[in-house]
Design a protein around this ligand. Structure first.
Ligand SMILES: O=P(O)(O)O[C@H]1O[C@H](CO)[C@@H](O)[C@H]1O
Ligand SMILES: O=c1cc[nH]c(=O)[nH]1
Length: 235
């Protein structure tokens, strides 16, 4: 048991999917896992372990933002020995080439968070990167599944509502989409020498205001979740 996860030591698999939303964790466990067992309800940050195509896998809700995901992934790695962490999140598209319902695989994550500065000090701008093996597997599987997908740099921002940010400049420098957790995932996975990848589904386009319908979101979530589960199988 750890401070925010009330589970016995062996209750969590060595590969964990990480949605922000606890209800997405419950959905993944109930729709994809055989014999899911809920191992955590502390703060309603649900965590489940089950099997998928015979492989033991867990899913743990992380909450929203860098402070929240940092708590859960640190405890998963430090206290439960988790080796592979795969975020399954939603993202807002920035680039005109990225459309709602597409899948974005985060190769790296830029950020306006102070987490990098607080880790390395002034003058060293660490680049949080995905594990290349997981990234390669995800891109190969996305091709095989004929998904509309993108691989590249995402913004992991500190605020969902942020009028001060120059989003056009980020687009000009190739940032595909924005979300709120990936810099912490990649930074802390590097610290603990673990493998991490963020797979995101585009729920809205920040620049055009386009939104997915609830039904469409369900379908594109399936694309992302099945991709993430198949990457987990090969990890
Ligand atoms: O859908 P999740 O995984 O929560 O991810 C995105 O959605 C939340 C904002 O609505 C932020 O956590 C952002 O990163
Ligand atoms: O952080 C996020 C996630 C989804 N959509 C957004 O616009 N921002």
């Amino acid at each position: 048991m750890s401070t925010h996860i009330d589970a016995p030591q062996d209750a969590i698999a060595d590969v964990v999917l990480l949605p922000g939303d606890p209800l997405r964790a419950q959905y993944i466990a109930e729709h994809y896992f055989d014999n899911p067992v809920r191992y955590n309800t502390v703060r309603n940050a649900f965590g489940y372990t089950g099997t998928y195509k015979g492989r033991r896998i867990s899913v743990q809700a992380t909450g929203m933002g860098i402070p929240s995901i940092s708590i859960y992934i640190t405890e998963l790695m430090q206290d439960y020995g988790v080796k592979t962490l795969i975020r399954v999140g939603t993202t807002g598209a920035l680039s005109a080439d990225v459309h709602v319902r597409d899948v974005v695989i985060a190769q790296g994550s830029s950020t306006d968070s102070s987490i990098i500065l607080n880790t390395f000090g002034a003058g060293l701008y660490f680049a949080p990167l995905a594990d290349f093996g997981l990234l390669h597997t995800a891109a190969d599987l996305a091709v095989a599944k004929n998904l509309s997908y993108h691989v590249g740099n995402v913004l992991g921002e500190d605020r969902f509502y942020n009028d001060e940010l120059d989003r056009q400049k980020l687009i000009d420098y190739g940032i595909l989409a924005a979300e709120m957790e990936t810099p912490a995932l990649y930074l802390l996975a590097a610290k603990y020498h673990r493998k991490a990848l963020s797979i995101l589904t585009v729920s809205n386009h920040i620049m055009t205001g386009e939104e997915t319908t609830a039904e469409e979101r369900q379908t594109s979530f399936h694309d992302m979740m099945e991709l993430a589960l198949d990457v987990a199988l090969e990890s």
